[in-house]
Ligand binder design. Structure first.
Ligand SMILES: [Zn+2]
Length: 242
C-alpha cells in the first residue's frame, strides 16, 4: 500500500554570509530528529490503517486483516491467542511508548483497542511491528547473545566439521567470558591450524539490531580455542585485536 509523506522545512538563510559547509553542517544536525519525525508519521499512519481494518469488518475482507490483530485471549492463563479479529477503537494509551531507534528515542502515541470476541484490550500496532508486549527496562543482553550464538553460529560452525565440543561447552565459553570484551588471556597462535570468524545479527534492547561477531581458533588437535567475541565492532577492529 503506497503512501506519501509531505515535509515542510522552514529555514532562515543568512544571505551573503553563509558558506556551503555551514549549510551542510546544519542539515547534518537535523538528520536524526527528521528521521524520527518521519518514522513517527509512518507508524501513526500504520496504526490508523490497522485499527481501521480491524474495526470496519463490514468493508474489509478477512484477507485485509491478515497478520493483524493478534492478541492473547483475555484471562487465558496459558496465554493462548484469541481468534477474534474485530475490534472497537478505545482511543489512545495515556502514556506514549518510548522506543529506541538508531535515530534516537521515539515517543509514540499508541492506539488502544478492545477485542469484540474476548474483550481484551491491546495495542495492535505493537504486535504488528513485533514489538514485545511487556517493556523491560533492562534486557539480559548476555542471555540473548548466548541464545543467538548457540542457536545459529556455533551450531553452523560445528556441524559437519567434526570439532569435538558440546553445546554445553560453548555455553560455558560464552557465558564464562565478559561478552562485550575480548578474551584477556593471551593465546599462542603456534598451536592453531586455522582461525575462523563469523557474525550474526542479534536483537538488542527494544528491537534494535546488533551484530555479534566471534572469532575462534582451531588447534592442530582439532579443538576450539576461543579468541574473542565482539558486539557491534567493525571487522577491521576485530582483525587488529586478533
Ligand atoms: Zn480477543
Amino acid at each position: 500500500m503506497e503512501q506519501e509523506i509531505h515535509i515542510t522545512l522552514r529555514f532562515d538563510l543568512a544571505i551573503g554570509k553563509v558558506n556551503l559547509n555551514e549549510i551542510v553542517y546544519r542539515l547534518n544536525q537535523i538528520q536524526n530528529p527528521l528521521m524520527l519525525e518521519i518514522l513517527k508519521t509512518i507508524l501513526m499512519g500504520y496504526d490508523d490503517i490497522i485499527s481501521e481494518r480491524l474495526s470496519r469488518t463490514d468493508i474489509y475482507p478477512s484477507k485485509a486483516r491478515k497478520g493483524l490483530g493478534r492478541h492473547i485471549r483475555k484471562g487465558d492463563s496459558e496465554n493462548r491467542l484469541c481468534r477474534g479479529r474485530k475490534i472497537l477503537k478505545k482511543g489512545y494509551r495515556e502514556k506514549p511508548r518510548q522506543i529506541s531507534t538508531v535515530f534516537g528515542k521515539l515517543d509514540l502515541r499508541l492506539r488502544r483497542v478492545e477485542c469484540c470476541t474476548c474483550g481484551a484490550r491491546y495495542s495492535p500496532l505493537l504486535t504488528a511491528l513485533q514489538v514485545g508486549r511487556y517493556a523491560r527496562k533492562e534486557m539480559n543482553f548476555e542471555h540473548e547473545i548466548v541464545e543467538a550464538v548457540i542457536d545459529t553460529n556455533y551450531r553452523r560452525l560445528i556441524d559437519g566439521r567434526s570439532i569435538d565440543i558440546s553445546l554445553g561447552g560453548i555455553h560455558n565459553i560464552v557465558v564464562g567470558s565478559d561478552i562485550d570484551k575480548t578474551f584477556q588471556e593471551p593465546v599462542s597462535t603456534e598451536d592453531l591450524s586455522a582461525i575462523l570468524a563469523d557474525g550474526t545479527g542479534v536483537k538488542q534492547y527494544e528491537g534494535r539490531k546488533g551484530e555479534l561477531r566471534a572469532v575462534i581458533g582451531i588447534t592442530n588437535k582439532g579443538r576450539v580455542e576461543p579468541l574473542g567475541s565482539f558486539t557491534n565492532t567493525e571487522w577491521e577492529e576485530i582483525e587488529g585485536t586478533i
